[in-house]
Design a protein around this ligand. Structure first.
Ligand SMILES: O=P(O)(O)OC[C@H]1O[C@](O)(CO)[C@@H](O)[C@@H]1O
Length: 663
């Protein structure tokens, strides 16, 4: 009796030696709003905290309304601690914190030993004022008031932070900050080339940026054209890459690409054949006007290589010359670089040894695709450079990245005991949490610290966007396991100026989004769930560049606090190695089955027999899975047996072709 999925082996293909070779995959290659306006918004937020109501926001009117007639608002300007240029506007009573001092504090079970969360609205407001970080030029704000760290904790952390600041200074100065791989860590130089430790590197950065801008400009202007095609110019970009060679470009495309970009971008970021087919099918006849960018720092990542081979096949099938439409972004002399050079691809841009994949968004990896979509890459770099400056400040309170690292340490007990839920309230920032997932988790998720101790550290990141997630999992966040802290990403500007309208009197669609964010923040806090809020005025190349730089630095600082190497990824290698072993075993199974099936009569083998002949009796489960997978995909294998009983399975190949197999 035949049993699905093992029963469909009737269609038998024989595979050639070269096909078998390809199975090994070379895995071893391996405020236009004024500041006062903002703070009025924040005052509204503070009020929303106490009422837990999703109020609407209108700077000039709703504040006094929401505070009620007995709470008249006095706009009192006083200097901010942060910068003498900044002024905050606050309700006059906000500076008085003595009343209601008898309010009970919330007990947070997970942190019982160390904290009580403040509940008094006036004290909370004061805490907000004491801790809010504002960067006037970037229009960026970090509010850590809803994280319950105490002054004592901050004082205790001071020494660790001073070390972290000096570690970062050394890193920026060109130290080998990735000792395992004996590499410098230089993503900061990408946005300020003069910081690079040698003239050679400085020149390399500047020249690459120049080449990227010129080449992308020429593609956009139609000066660089695809071979004759109906459109007469490139209309689409297909980016092939994975991990750090995809997540940044994907995030930036979603965040910043205009509605009608000069070139539209698509991504292949996996070795899922159906996913690849889908992207190629979606391109349809526009494949002939598609610029294919293959991005891989190592130049040997299997998923990326497979994506390239699949796309090249599609080009061949349509009679197109891939080389005339291909661009490689990779390290000099990598396999990909050599392939692109030998095949004469349209262009090659370098990835630098001293830039890690997950911090490569401001290198050619992120800049080239962004420029093709008409995104202002110089502004992205400028935003990042300004943030870099701000996060070099060696004072916890004056440094937004240090504030984030402080909160992460506090909230997760410095051991990753809580997850970080990232909730951007803006559709265009949907992929920020996914981007951060790699940046944070690949950097901080380490078994050993720098001294070789087993620490099994990390910080789990997940999230999509608000308010969408409120209708998915915020229920659990509010009432379920308190194993997380939240990071709200707030964008003040709802729509471009002049496009807003009130869908009900005095209320816009964006007011709802704002209310949802503030309401969720309050509701979580009221139930002892801590949160950070990062606010930007608008989603622009500048603010996106700044946000990327902010989190890159926070990760670097946090890594120093917990004494781990944030710039290697030894754990990923284990999975890659295991995948290579599976594919090698598949080859052996095929060889064994082929031998048996070439006998006359054909010898059908049990799983035990296959395992024995492969000399891997301990791999019988994997052998079963490999056979199931191949038989499910109309490959050479036929498996017969009793449904649900792998032991009864008899396997053979449908054709005998020893020569082809061993060619
Ligand atoms: O750019 P590459 O070399 O193809 O690597 C892609 C990704 O794979 C990883 O090495 C993990 O496997 C990431 O660190 C990296 O961003």
């Amino acid at each position: 009796m035949c049993c699905s999925p093992l029963s469909n082996g009737g269609s038998i293909h024989f595979i050639s030696r070269s096909q078998l070779d390809s199975l090994s995959l070379s895995l071893s290659l391996s405020l236009s709003l004024s500041l006062c306006g903002l703070d009025m918004a924040m005052a509204t937020a503070a009020q929303a905290s106490s009422s837990a109501a999703a109020s609407t926001y209108s700077p000039s009117t709703s504040l006094s309304r929401s505070l009620g007639s007995s709470s008249r608002v006095f706009l009192t300007s006083f200097p901010s601690r942060r910068s003498p240029n900044l002024t905050l506007c606050a309700p006059a009573h906000a500076t008085s914190v003595s009343h209601r001092a008898s309010e009970p504090l919330i007990d947070v079970p997970a942190l019982k030993a160390k904290t009580l969360l403040e509940t008094d609205p006036f004290r909370l407001w004061q805490r907000y004022l004491d801790w809010v970080y504002q960067h006037k030029d970037l229009g960026l704000y970090v509010d850590v008031s809803r994280i319950g760290f105490s002054d004592e904790f901050v004082a205790e952390m001071e020494g660790k932070f001073q070390k972290a600041f000096s570690d970062m200074a050394e890193l920026e100065g060109g130290a080998i900050s990735n000792p395992d791989e004996k590499r410098m860590v230089g993503h900061y130089w990408l946005r300020k080339a003069e910081l690079a430790p040698t003239v050679f590197l400085k020149k390399q950065i500047e020249e690459t940026l120049e080449r990227i801008s010129e080449f992308a400009g020429a593609v956009v202007d139609g000066k660089i054209k695809p071979p004759p095609c109906p459109a007469g110019r490139f209309t689409q970009v297909l980016s092939i890459g994975i991990g750090g060679s995809a997540l940044g470009p994907q995030f930036v495309a979603e965040a910043l690409a205009p509605d009608n970009p000069p070139l539209k971008i698509r991504f292949i970021d996996n070795t899922d054949p159906a996913g690849i087919d889908h992207q190629i099918a979606q391109l349809g006849p526009e494949l002939s006007s598609t610029l294919v960018i293959v991005i891989s720092k190592s130049g040997g990542t299997p998923e990326t290589r497979n994506g390239l081979l699949e796309v090249q096949k599609a080009f061949r099938e349509r009679g197109l010359d891939f080389a005339k439409q291909g661009v490689a972004i990779t390290q000099e002399n990598s396999l990909l670089d050599n392939t692109a050079r030998i095949e004469g691809w349209l262009a090659r841009f370098p990835m630098f040894d001293w830039v890690g994949g997950r911090t490569s968004e401001m290198s050619a990896v992120g800049l080239f695709p962004a420029a093709l979509q008409g995104i202002d890459i110089k502004e992205m770099l400028a935003g990042a450079a300004v943030m870099d400056e701000a996060t070099r400040v060696a004072s916890i309170k004056e440094n937004p990245a240090a504030l984030l690292a402080l909160c992460w340490y506090w909230a997760s007990d410095g051991v990753g005991s809580k997850d970080m839920v990232v909730l951007p309230y803006k559709d265009s920032l949907l992929l920020f949490s996914r981007y951060l997932q790699q940046l944070v988790m690949e950097s901080l998720g380490k078994e050993f610290d720098l001294a070789g101790n087993i620490v099994s550290q990390g910080l789990s990141v997940y999230g999509n966007k608000g308010s969408t997630d409120q209708h998915a999992y915020i229920q659990q966040l509010r009432e379920g396991v308190p194993n997380f802290f939240a990071t709200f990403i707030e964008v003040l500007r709802d729509r471009p100026p002049g496009h807003d309208w009130e869908l009900e009197p005095g209320v816009t669609c964006g007011d709802y989004l704002f209310g949802m964010l503030q309401g969720t923040r309050s509701a979580l806090y009221a139930n002892k769930r801590e949160s950070i809020t990062v606010t930007i005025e608008e989603v622009t190349p500048r603010s996106v560049g700044a946000m990327i730089a902010l989190y890159e630095r926070a990760v670097g600082l946090y890594a120093s606090l917990i004494n781990i190497n944030a710039y290697h990824q030894p754990g990923v290698e284990a999975g890659k190695k295991a995948a290579a072993e599976v594919l090698a075993l598949q080859k052996r199974i095929l060889a064994v089955l082929n031998d048996a099936s070439c006998k006359d009569p054909v010898e059908a083998l049990t799983l035990d027999q296959i395992a024995e002949r492969c000399h891997t009796t301990d791999q019988i489960e994997m052998i079963y899975k490999i056979i199931t997978h191949m038989a499910s995909n109309d490959r050479v294998i036929i498996a017969e047996g009793v449904c649900g009983s792998p032991k009864s399975m008899k396997v053979f190949t449908g054709e005998c072709n020893v020569e082809e197999l061993y060619d």
